[in-house]
Design a protein around this ligand. Structure first.
Ligand SMILES: Nc1ncnc2c1ncn2[C@@H]1O[C@H](COP(=O)(O)OP(=O)(O)OP(=O)(O)O)[C@@H](O)[C@H]1O
Ligand SMILES: Nc1ncnc2c1ncn2[C@@H]1O[C@H](COP(=O)(O)OP(=O)(O)OP(=O)(O)O)[C@@H](O)[C@H]1O
Ligand SMILES: [Mg+2]
Ligand SMILES: [Mg+2]
Lengths: 256, 256
């Protein structure tokens, strides 16, 4: 199983939208995919029409209770080949609950070992912070996708997530090998957008996806229908671009 | 001194842009304003051209060290009548540092008591989470402004911030009296935007600002010039709308 974290402490850069639509696009290509909602907002869970408050057990129980295996909480979604480990607001208390636990940074990676033969790909949606939960996602992953808007604050934020990845690689034994940057909310008409893309591509060259996700209102509408954009409006720009992203991700050198 | 927290755990909804431009607009109206950067990303600090890493002391030192008064870190900005208490990435460790402190929720409100006679208005930028720092901001404030995008996830997120405000009022002695909702990134052309505005105004009626902040690329460009949009491009749509917001905030029933 290949595991990809969708992470960036900058808020609102398209982490959830990428986790939902990339996992759906890869599942539609035939891969067996597990999407993990590690954000207390539980928006990935909501995007598949699942209300976290209606669930008896969620990822919260798996993280804080050593005896709850992740298989106990996994649900199927309305997309074939795609399962979900739903999140819950209680995850916001996980920081304190994990504070004194031994090996607290690798709780998630240990839990995933029990299901890694059931899936080809695992995608983790993270919250907009570099908290212990996000560190767990980085330790559990082979690759990180960093969605960024083509704005000034976004570039500044890149340094912080890259520093954190460096620390995770140094301190914890993990298989975090590569990172890739994905431009989101792109509006080609603005000079700012073109400037930021040029600067980031110059600095990071082939670590930036060829695929770019443009501003597309259907991406913002789809969650209210409880479905990824690929089923909500299969031929809109957002759907085409996330399919193109899935092609890039699935053809990447690390074997799925 | 009136204290307003700009808070919403949903990422990227315009908290920093509102903190920066509202505080600048109120200062330009003649009020003495202090803006506090309580977000470890320190983007409000960056928006005034200040590099947090170059500073010897920041809000981090004030929060974790009982003997550092907030006056020790306050700087003037490039806007007359506007001072800043700069943030720093080290604030992300404050959660653990405060975990065992007595009365850890009111650290900020205690520190602000020592400068409340120097300012008419204090505006606090929060991080996209309901962490101990955001709770500190709520406990220290008289009012909360909740910026929301006109998207589906934004409405779901409102419930979480309202729940947190309820808990803060119940558990801690504080002066948190009112909340107001501000629409940001509005694009009048989309049905989604009109639908969300209608739903939220129906439910929250006069708790929603009349002023609406539209999508305006100058707001995203201004931080790269280290200045609020009111000085970067004084006549653009974003600048006019933040001036109108300042008029609504400064005329609100609670005396400044
Ligand atoms: N390319 C796009 N075009 C238009 N709207 C988009 C696009 N991508 C995401 N959105 C919408 O913008 C908002 C922010 O995106 P999203 O919630 O996915 O970001 P996030 O990084 O997960 O946010 P958070 O930091 O709060 O977790 C959402 O309402 C989403 O529906
Ligand atoms: N009305 C607007 N029109 C266009 N761009 C905007 C607008 N408001 C904010 N922006 C830009 O959108 C991005 C997100 O806004 P901002 O950083 O202020 O949100 P935030 O809520 O503070 O994010 P975070 O949750 O990370 O703290 C920034 O790059 C900002 O410059
Ligand atoms: Mg998200
Ligand atoms: Mg911010």
């Amino acid at each position: 199983m290949k595991t990809i974290a969708i992470a960036n402490q900058k808020g609102g850069c398209g982490k959830t939208t990428t986790a939902v639509n990339l996992s759906a696009a890869c599942a539609m290509k035939g891969y067996r995919v597990l999407v993990i909602d590690l954000d207390p907002q539980a928006h990935t869970t909501l995007a598949f029409g699942i209300k976290a408050n209606d669930l008896k057990v969620t990822l919260y129980n798996v993280i804080v209770n050593e005896h709850t295996p992740i298989a106990d909480i996994i649900l199927t979604t309305n997309v074939v080949n795609l399962d979900i480990a739903p999140g819950h607001i209680l995850l916001s208390g996980a920081e304190m609950e994990l504070a004194i636990r031994y090996a607290r940074e690798s709780v998630l990676s240990e839990k995933l070992k029990t299901v890694e033969h059931n899936y080809d790909l695992c995608i983790i949606d993270c919250s907009p912070s570099l908290s212990i939960l996000t560190i767990n996602a980085l330790v559990a992953s082979n690759e990180v996708i960093i969605p960024i808007q083509t704005h000034y604050y976004a570039i500044e934020g890149l340094k912080q997530i890259l520093d954190s990845m460096g620390i995770v690689k140094q301190r914890f034994s993990c298989n975090l090998e590569s990172l890739r940057i994905l431009f989101t909310f792109v509006d080609e008409r603005t000079i700012l957008s073109r400037d930021v893309q040029r600067q980031v591509r110059e600095f990071f060259s082939d670590k930036v996806f060829k695929t770019v996700i443009h501003n597309c209102v259907r991406l913002a509408e789809a969650p209210s229908a409880g479905a990824p954009v690929l089923t909500y409006d299969a031929n809109c720009k957002g759907a085409n671009e996330y399919r193109a992203l899935a092609n890039e991700v699935c053809n990447h050198e690390t074997e799925i």
